[in-house]
Design a protein around this ligand. Sequence first.
Ligand code: SF4
Length: 222
Amino acid sequence: MDFPAIAYRTYQQWKNHSSMSAFFFNVLRNLQSIKNPITKTRKFHQIINENIDSIFEDTTVTRSVSCKIGCSGCCHTPVSVTNEEAQLLAHRVNSGLEISTKNLERQALLGNSSASYYSLSFQNRKCVFLSEAGACTVYEDRPAVCRTNFVVGNAKQCDTSDGKEKPVRLLTTTKADIAIIAGYKSASSSGLLPYMLYKELNKKQNSNQSVLVMRKDSFTEK
Ligand code: SF4
């Protein structure tokens, strides 16, 4: 199982702290009890949202965060998802949300390696759910890691157009990070968004459903 690096660091730091450990196991048990992947993922996201919203009750936090609508540097970096999050995103695509299948394929064929991801040009690294206007087209269903990335300080550091990630100062989101690790531990697998989504879209779930079928060099609608 691959864990998102920032959340995992937080988990390692806090896992032996009694209240955080209790919170972790509470979230883990809660998510493990839900069998439907879509329901489970939405519950996972709700838990993260609650723990982020409580941080933003402090107005000084709101003022210190540099992220703005339309700035999307983090949407050009490798994003992790659980298998169940990939199923939710595939459900959105299969329900009619349009994405660039060409871009998805290009990214997915690099596999699960973040290092390989940076071999793509900045434009081709763009998340398939990022609109031309710089908005997330799956905002309500965006992955857990997209919910906890808040930059404090200089947002110019988020720019990876030169192919390099720079150190950025992130808002401390301890409980949300711990919930992310509980979510990943309760998941069947995890990996990079394009790779996991591509795999999911290629599973023929239902003969009446429109699915994308992987061919050697392209996606075709079937
Ligand atoms: S899912 Fe949305 S927020 Fe997350 S990387 Fe893609 S466009 Fe950005």
